[in-house]
Design a protein around this ligand. Structure first.
Ligand code: ABU
Length: 466
């Protein structure tokens, strides 16, 4: 039987994928950091330019292989640069299948059981948060976007007419000075304005100070402004600090403010019996964001937003579209409560991982990251050439080595293709930020991190600087 051309092409390309993927995985072990080149060198050395005419399959695959080899490797034992890393292979499998199925998650008609999978994830997370069946949620393209949704629902609760006639007057949001930068960007997008975001100072550990939050709210009320929400961060981007949610919830209830918890980075502590106390009080929040592509190690991106009362999602997002919503009730058509129209299936990768290792397995991933952080902190504390800036219960280990400027060491390691690690700042201190979020790493990988860093510093920085 002659099979259609599209089928033959798909099989040939999937076979190429398997070859490319196998080679890539081998390369991750052989050379865990890709060669650093300036952009111009890659533009000249790789076949990136698009033209009028196509390429033969083998030539095209050859060009692709070279580009893949040149791309930074984010899943290896030498990548500590951002708030993700490693590879959970069952989650990868789920994401590859999501690409194969190419569902769009707006209707049951287009997504079928994939919609039920997404709902199962959301209802399990809801249970972990201690919320009831009145809650709802969805997935969106990343933490900035799910934070945006939390902020929009907060705005629309404070000003229900914002949805129809637009925002009237100024409304004020509160967050810590260490919050994710999406909070200010979102305030601009939502017409609230960046100047209406109050950045509340933190304590020494990087957590928001509730006493100063209260003072700021009262000052705004005295000045005739309208406070509407507080964002509490569960895992600040630099120090990995947790805001005191219980105390912030108290204040939100007193002043009738929406409480959004940005757990994009470390909200996954809800899966850990040992660490869930770090977000104690989350059951009192109005909305909650969690990125499974961070602590749970799914491929990018897998960002959840949950809201305690589903009516807020419908109020902010529900819009009729007779060309789209043609079968089933609203609950089965998540496009009704989404910021997006077409939406990729980010649920399947998390479902595959969760199904394969269970809730206890997700908790173990989280626990292991904190364990690796303890190993790193212990190393720093017991080696006098280091200065530690971060505190316990954080997977962001901030430190300096021998007074070498963090930027110099991090950029040097990157340009020498030795290791990927970044730097951050808290108040006046600038330091290296080692993120122990790759749950595939071992204690030995963390010790190797310090060995690589010290050897590089001794060879390339100290001797050239002296
Ligand atoms: N939300 C991503 C933050 C990026 C970083 O600090 O590495």
């Amino acid at each position: 039987m002659n099979t259609p051309r599209a089928y033959q092409d798909a099989i040939r390309d999937l076979e190429a994928f398997y070859d490319i993927a196998s080679e890539h995985l081998r390369q991750e072990y052989a050379q865990p950091v890709s060669k650093y080149r300036e952009p111009q060198e890659w533009l000249e050395g790789l076949d990136i330019t698009l033209g009028d005419h196509g390429m033969k399959h083998d030539d095209m695959i050859g060009a692709l292989r070279e580009i893949i080899a040149a791309t930074p490797k984010t899943s290896t034992t030498r990548f500590f640069n951002q708030l993700f890393g490693g590879r959970q292979s069952k989650a990868m499998l789920g994401d590859l299948i999501a690409v194969l199925l190419n569902s769009s998650m707006y209707t049951y008609k287009a997504g079928g059981p994939q919609i039920l999978i997404e709902q199962e994830i959301l209802s399990q997370v809801r249970n972990l948060l201690g919320w009831d069946e009145n809650s709802s949620g969805t997935l969106a393209a990343g933490g900035s976007m799910t934070n945006l949704m939390g902020m929009q629902m907060a705005r629309d609760r404070a000003q229900p007419a914002a949805r129809t006639t637009g925002l009237s007057g100024k409304v004020i949001a509160y967050t810590s000075a260490e919050c994710h930068y999406s909070i200010q960007k979102n305030a601009a997008i939502l017409g609230i304005g960046r100047e209406q975001v109050r950045l509340i100072p933190t304590d020494q550990t990087g957590g928001l100070r509730p006493d100063l939050l209260k003072q700021s709210i009262e000052r705004d009320l005295r000045d005739g402004h309208r406070p509407f929400m507080v964002n509490a961060t569960a895992g600040t981007t630099v120090l990995g600090a947790f805001d005191p949610i219980e105390q912030i919830a108290e204040i939100c209830e007193k002043y009738d403010l929406w409480l959004h918890v940005d757990g994009a980075y470390c909200g996954s502590v809800i899966f850990s019996e040992k660490y869930k106390h770090l977000i104690q009080g989350v059951e009192r929040a109005d909305s909650f964001t969690l990125n499974a592509h961070k602590m749970l190690g799914t491929p990018l991106s897998c960002s959840l937003i949950l809201v305690q009362e589903k009516r807020h999602m419908y109020h902010s997002y529900s819009t009729d579209a007779s060309y789209l919503f043609q079968t089933h009730e609203d609950e089965l058509n998540p496009g009704k409560i989404s910021l997006q129209c077409g939406r990729r299936n980010d649920a399947l990768k998390l479902w595959c991982l969760w199904k394969s290792i269970g809730t206890a397995g997700l908790g173990s991933l989280v626990n292991h990251q904190f364990h690796l952080a303890d190993v790193a902190r212990e190393y720093i504390r017991t080696h006098e050439d280091y200065q530690l800036y971060s505190h316990d219960d954080s997977v962001g280990i901030c430190f300096n080595y021998l007074d070498i400027p963090a930027e110099k060491l991090c950029n040097g390691l990157y340009q020498a293709s030795e290791m990927m690690v970044g730097y951050g700042q808290f108040r006046d201190d600038v330091f290296i930020r080692l993120v122990t979020i790759n749950a595939s790493n071992t204690e030995e990988d963390i010790h190797e991190f310090f060995r690589v860093l010290e050897a590089f510093a001794q060879k390339h920085v100290l001797h050239s600087a002296i």
